[in-house]
Design a protein around this ligand. Structure first.
Ligand code: SF4
Ligand code: SF4
Length: 375
């Protein structure tokens, strides 16, 4: 009798037990089955961590929920609508990024999403991901998808990446965007086969995207490959809030049905944006959500760089409280999904004040303080 493992033409692993030269199949371990089991365990662990971070976010307002961290401004593409890339900058040294991760851990951050530019161009991306996990935070990545190979995916699995988002703008590349299904489909196939992390494919409607029906094709392909799918409604090219056309609205509703139901539930604001109407909410950027640029400065978000513009290493809970309580003038027309989602945790509590009201209150306090000191 002997026992061995072999590959069938379909690459299945079959454990063979032989008695007098007759093979009896006693167990059948397809790699896909093993991978599915492993993915299920990873999925459950990830969900438990999410629930625990969510409860913590609801119970306490005194920590950062989500930070976007930029280790690399450089990008291999040049999308027509994008103001977040260059073609010449160097990667931020990994030790500097690790210190920023440590500081974010001190601020109680639950999730760090690495973004760019194109973060896959950073030579030590795996080390950054690993460091985020070492510090007990959820590690996510936003990428244009161009650099995924089986080997790179395995390395990211090993580093502990938990979430990946790829935005796909169209089916065929054009002068505005090369983040196209036709170009990326092979990479999506690799991800479907090898990634242990969750993959979300985001498609886009509005903003002058030529063929709105492409969003539906992208969403269907994403679901077919076992990914989740979300859709973003964006402003027109001039930044104004215009309603989607009837055709775009129809496709938007169809894409929402194909995609992630939780996401659709969390993005009521998109229905207002689709109708061209402002949305009333409390943006907690600078507090519950932070955007850390390649220079290590804290900004409200990618679209409001410069406010407050304080170095992360000097950021304190005084800054956090000020920004938490500051009403953002850009909130009614904001389309940044992740900041909206973080905002849901606190929309029902702690009304905000305008910067002018906060400054007036501060001045009043200082005047009273001076009077007391004089007396
Ligand atoms: S891939 Fe992303 S970062 Fe690069 S140009 Fe396009 S939108 Fe900007
Ligand atoms: S409302 Fe939107 S654009 Fe304005 S700071 Fe918040 S996230 Fe940024």
């Amino acid at each position: 009798m002997y026992v061995d493992a072999c590959h069938t033409p379909s690459s299945s692993h079959i454990l063979r037990v032989s008695f007098t030269n007759r093979f009896v199949v006693v167990a059948h371990f397809a790699p896909n089955q093993t991978r599915r089991k492993m993915r299920k365990t990873t999925f459950l662990t990830r969900k438990l961590r999410e629930v625990s971070f969510l409860s913590r976010g609801l119970l306490s307002t005194r920590h950062v929920v989500l930070a976007h961290l930029i280790p690399m401004r450089r990008c291999n593409l040049a999308c027509g609508y994008c103001n977040e890339y260059d073609h010449s900058s160097s990667p931020v040294p990994v030790e500097v990024i690790k210190r920023r991760v440590d500081k974010l851990a001190e601020l109680g951050t639950s999730i760090i999403t690495i973004s760019g530019g194109e973060p896959m161009m950073h030579p030590e991306l795996d080390e950054i991901v690993h460091h985020i996990r070492l510090r007990g935070m959820i590690a996510g990545l936003i990428s244009n998808g161009y650099y995924f190979t089986p080997e790179r995916i395995r390395r990211l699995n090993k580093a502990g990446l938990e979430y990946l988002q790829i935005s796909i703008d169209n089916v065929d590349p054009d002068e505005v965007s090369r983040k196209s299904l036709r170009v990326l489909d092979k990479k999506l196939g690799y991800l479907s086969e090898y990634a242990d992390f969750h993959v979300n494919i985001n498609s886009v409607i509005g903003g002058g995207i030529k063929n709105p029906e492409d969003a539906l094709t992208v969403a269907r392909r994403a679901v077919e490959l076992g990914f989740s799918s979300t859709v973003g409604v964006i402003h027109d090219n001039d930044g104004t809030l215009k309603p989607l056309s009837p055709k775009e609205k129809d496709i938007f509703q169809q894409v929402k049905k194909v995609g992630n139901k939780d996401h659709a539930r969390l993005n009521w604001f998109q229905d207002s944006i689709a109708e061209g109407k402002p949305y009333n909410w409390r943006c907690r950027a600078g507090a519950r959500y932070l955007y850390i640029c390649e220079e290590g400065l804290v900004h409200w978000c990618s679209q409001q760089r410069g406010y407050p513009g304080i170095p992360l290493e000097e950021y304190t809970m005084v800054d956090f409280d000020r920004e938490y309580n500051t009403e953002k003038w850009c909130a009614p027309t904001c389309t940044l999904q992740c900041v909206h989602q973080v905002g849901i945790l606190d929309n029902w509590r702690d009304p905000q004040k305008t910067p002018a009201q906060i400054a007036a209150e501060q001045e009043k306090k200082e005047t009273v303080g001076e009077m007391i000191r004089v007396e």
